[in-house]
Design a protein around this ligand. Structure first.
Ligand code: PEP
Length: 252
C-alpha cells in the first residue's frame, strides 16, 4: 500500500445474497480477520438492503463494518421502495455507497442527486463513499480527467471531511468486465482527484481514494501499490470470503 492513510477494502455485493449463504460468507470473512494479530486496514461489506440489519448484528464487535449500497436524499416520507440514510444507520450501517455507476445509469442519478444523497449520509452519521468514473466512450475521446473533475466537484457533499468521506474511482468500462486500466492510468486519475480535492477540502490529503473495477486477488497488490490508491471497491470478487480475503490481505 502506497500511503500512510489506513486503507479501506470494501465489498459491494450488489443485488446478490440471501440470508443463509450471506451469513456464512460474512462469518468466514470475520473469522479470517479475527485470526490476525492486527488488522491494518478497514474492511467493509455492503450487502443488499434486506441484509444490512442482520449482517450488522453478525459483524458487531468484529473488524468488519457494514454499509448500504445507496440511500435516499430525504430522511423519511412518501418514497416507496427507498431507504433513507437514517434507516441504514439505525440498522447498524457505518457507511453508504452513493453514485455507483449502476445507480447513475439504471436510475438516471445526476451529480446533484449524488451530492444530496451524500449530504443525507453525513447528516445521518454515515461515511459516504462517493463513486465516480468515466465511460469507455469518454475515455476513448480523451475526456476522462474532465469528466472525473466534473463528477468530483458536483457530487461532493457540503461538510465532507477526511473522516466522513471516501471517493471511489471506478471506470464504468472496468466494472464487472475483467478489464482494468493500466497502473499508469490509475495513477493519473488518482493524482488528478487528489489535486482537485485540494481546491475543495481543507483536509484533502486525508481523504481515502479507492480504486474499483475488476479488482481480484491476482491484480490487487499491483493496484493497491499505486500512489494515491488507498484501498479498493470490489464487486464480483467480494461475494465469496475466499476470493475477497486475498484482496484484503494486500493491505493488512
Ligand atoms: C463495483 O461494482 O463496484 C465493482 C467494482 O464491480 P467488479 O469488482 O465486479 O468490477
Amino acid at each position: 500500500m502506497s500511503s500512510s492513510l489506513r486503507p479501506l477494502i470494501a465489498g459491494n455485493w450488489k443485488m446478490n445474497g440471501l440470508k443463509r449463504e450471506s451469513a456464512e460468507e460474512l462469518k468466514s470473512l470475520i473469522h479470517k480477520a479475527s485470526e490476525q494479530n492486527s488488522v491494518g486496514c478497514d474492511i467493509l461489506i455492503c450487502p443488499p438492503a434486506t441484509l444490512v440489519a442482520s449482517m450488522a448484528e453478525l459483524a458487531n464487535g468484529s473488524p468488519v463494518s457494514i454499509g448500504g449500497q445507496d440511500c435516499h436524499a430525504n430522511e423519511k416520507g412518501a418514497h416507496t421502495g427507498d431507504t433513507s440514510a437514517q434507516m441504514l444507520k439505525d440498522a447498524g450501517a457505518d457507511y453508504v455507497l452513493v453514485g455507483h455507476s449502476e445507480r447513475r445509469t439504471d436510475h438516471n442519478e445526476s451529480n446533484e442527486d449524488v451530492k444530496a444523497k451524500a449530504e443525507a449520509a453525513l447528516k445521518a452519521g454515515l461515511i459516504a463513499v462517493v463513486c465516480v468514473g468515466e465511460t469507455l466512450q469518454e475515455r476513448e475521446s480523451g475526456q476522462t480527467l474532465s469528466v472525473i473533475s466534473g463528477q468530483v466537484s458536483r457530487s461532493l457533499p457540503a461538510g465532507g471531511t477526511a473522516e466522513n468521506l471516501v471517493i471511489a474511482y471506478e471506470p464504468v468500462w472496468a466494472i464487472g468486465t475483467g478489464k482494468t486500466p493500466t497502473v499508469e492510468d490509475v495513477a493519473d486519475v488518482h493524482a488528478h482527484i487528489r489535486n482537485d480535492l485540494q481546491a475543495l477540502l481543507k483536509d484533502a490529503d486525508g481523504v481515502r481514494l479507492l480504486y474499483g473495477g475488476s479488482v481480484k486477488g491476482s491484480n490487487a497488490a499491483e493496484l493497491m501499490n499505486v500512489a494515491h490508491v488507498n484501498g479498493a471497491l470490489v464487486g464480483g470478487a467480494s461475494l465469496k470470503a475466499e476470493d475477497f480475503w486475498p484482496i484484503v490481505e494486500t493491505s493488512l
